[in-house]
Ligand binder design. Structure first.
Ligand code: 13P
Length: 338
């Protein structure tokens, strides 16, 4: 029964034309986003901003689920409705980030391991009572001279698989997020090589631990040249490299792949997703679970002012709709001006 429920939630999250909004920024991350609009990261400002996102009317046409953060899941609208209930009422599935950030280990200088396993099972019980149906755990890998090391790839794969198993045991669909960062001067070929190694290790561990692949989603990076490489890749090159990497590593039992945006512009993220979906004939749904690529225009338009809420919500709907077109390979650049 649990298996069927997990598979059904995973499938709903990647329903055709829909994707996920990642609104699960941790306290340090949301502070970085607010600095750009000169807004203090107070609890009330964070609540007000998340209310702008969560109360967007019509988001359910393009958005299947929203990933929240521990603080956000306990917050309410100014009318007193808990955020997860606002989402559930319009059939948008609430989810939650459950990792507790990263730390550096002495034996792996310059690399990071994700924390949070020790208290995970206990926290999931509470989240379930608050109405969530899925969870997310992120591991990060930096490309540099001699990194990522085999050791960190192994350790993060182990933690991701352990997390996925605990989440499924709690009846919650895990979104397994291994992110190879865009930072650095590496080539697209190097990104493909590292992403292939990382995903191979992750699926080996997931299978060893008996994680049910039909009841989970993968949230990877797209395969891109490093931000400081000076290398330009066309959408077709990005799509081909990304699809080749996924075909080489992701079992067909996984129902969907929901990309992170990782610092790409909203237009790039939509354009690359579109190009991948134009290929067609893939064994998984290819969708989005964007944070910045959905939220950047909202934050800029909102700018911390109540008077801008309506326009900020319109900016969101435009991006969400364009990403919905990209799910079918039907987006084009002219739509940006429409
Ligand atoms: P970005 O799309 O901004 O990379 O955020 C997605 C996410 O959830 C990172 O953990």
């Amino acid at each position: 029964m649990i298996r069927q429920e997990l598979a059904s939630v995973a499938k709903s999250l990647v329903a055709p034309g829909k994707g996920i909004l990642a609104a699960d920024e941790s306290l340090p991350t949301i502070e970085k986003r607010f600095v750009k609009i000169n807004l203090a990261s107070t609890e009330e400002n964070r609540r007000a901003y998340r209310e702008v996102l969560i109360t967007i009317e019509g988001m359910e046409d393009y958005i299947s689920g929203v990933i929240l953060f521990d603080e956000t899941i306990r917050q309410k609208t100014k009318d007193g409705i808990p955020f997860p209930d606002v989402l559930s009422a319009k059939s948008v599935i609430p989810g939650i980030k459950v990792d507790q950030g990263t730390e550096e280990l002495l034996e792996f200088p310059g690399e990071k391991i994700t924390k949070g396993l020790a208290t995970l099972a206990e926290r999931l019980k509470e989240y379930k009572d608050l109405g969530v149906l899925f969870t997310k755990w992120r591991a990060v890998y930096t490309i540099g001279p001699k990194i990522p090391s085999g050791g960190i790839i192994e350790r993060n794969a182990e933690a991701l698989a352990q997390y996925a198993l605990i989440s499924q045991q709690a009846g919650l669909v895990p979104i397994v997020e291994p992110e190879v960062l865009m930072d650095g001067a590496h080539s697209i070929q190097k990104c493909e090589e590292v992403t292939t190694k990382v995903l191979t290790a992750v699926f080996k561990k997931l299978q060893e631990k008996g994680v049910d692949l039909s009841g989970m989603l993968l949230k990877p990076n797209m395969v891109l040249p490093g931000k400081d490489s000076g290398q330009k890749a066309t959408p077709l090159e990005v799509a081909e490299a990304t699809i080749r990497t996924l075909r080489n590593t992701v079992p067909t039992a996984v129902p969907g792949i929901v990309f992170l945006s990782g610092g790409q512009t909203p237009e790039q993220a939509t354009g690359y997703l579109n190009e991948m979906n134009r290929v067609g004939g893939l064994p998984w749904q290819l969708s989005f679970s964007f944070g910045r690529a959905l939220q950047d225009p909202v934050l800029k338009t909102w700018n911390g002012r109540p008077g801008n809420v309506v326009d900020a919500q319109k900016a969101f709907l435009k991006r969400a709709r364009l990403n919905s077109f990209a799910r079918f390979g039907e987006y084009n650049l002219e739509m940006e001006n429409g």
